[in-house]
Each structure stands twice: as structure tokens, then as C-alpha cells.
Design a binder for this molecule. Sequence first.
Ligand code: RB5
Length: 145
Amino acid sequence: MTRVVISSDHADIPLRHAIAAHVEAAGYEVVDIGPETDASTDYPKHGQAAANMVASGDCALGIIICGTGQGIMMAANKVAGIRCGVCSDTFSARMIRQHNNANMLSMGARVVGKGLALDIVDAFLSAEFEGGRHGLRVDMIEPAA
Ligand code: RB5
């Protein structure tokens, strides 16, 4: 079963729980790494923790949330092998997988509502990387070893 790690900062814990339940209902194994309280916390550590689980191969995909989706995305993308995009629309969520082979999705809890967030998650999870010329370009993203 495909494992999906989910994390957030304090911006919207109930939204993260709703996404976790939605992803689980869609047939994925969800690894929700918290946090569980809405006490103010630092988005970089949560983004990096989720990203490390994807980069290590422990989870195939990751979904992360902060207020805007931007800060936690920036933190995740600092981890080698992570390709994370912020999405507020379903077209982008589909395309970051089809063309960019994104392995993480970030969303802004203060940008999208719950209904749209769940649709964005569906678009992200159901799309597949097209490879070909897109694969050559994705390879160019990784810094030279
Ligand atoms: C927290 O207030 C907020 O800065 C954070 O959730 C996120 O939006 C940062 O990018």
C-alpha cells in the first residue's frame, strides 16, 4: 500500500486531520506525524520531518500544510530528492505530478477551504508522471553530486 506522510504547523490541525482521513479512505496508508495541538510551532521542522520520510523512501509521497503553504514547502525542498509544489488549484496539483514528478504537495490552510483542499489532494494523488522529456528536465533540477 502506498504510504503518504502528512504534516503541518499549527495553522489548521483539523484540516490536516480531514486530509488524513480522506487520503486513508482513498486507499493509501497515512503516516500523520502531527503536531496534535494548535500551539504555535515552527513550520520548517515539520516540513523537513515529512520531507526526510519521503527522501528516505519510507513514504512515497508527502502532503504538508502551513498558513500559506509557502514556508513549509521551502523547508521541504531543501531536502535532497524532494520536489514539492504549493497548490491552490487542481490543475497545478495534477501538473506538478505529470510534468515535475512532484513527490510532495503543499497547501495553505489560510488560502484554500477544506472542500478545495480535498479536491487538490485527489488531483495530486491520481495523476501520474509522464516521463520522457519531462524526465530529462526533472533530472536537471537535482544539484550535481
Ligand atoms: C504561521 O503563522 C505562518 O507563518 C505559517 O503557517 C506559514 O504561513 C509560513 O509560511
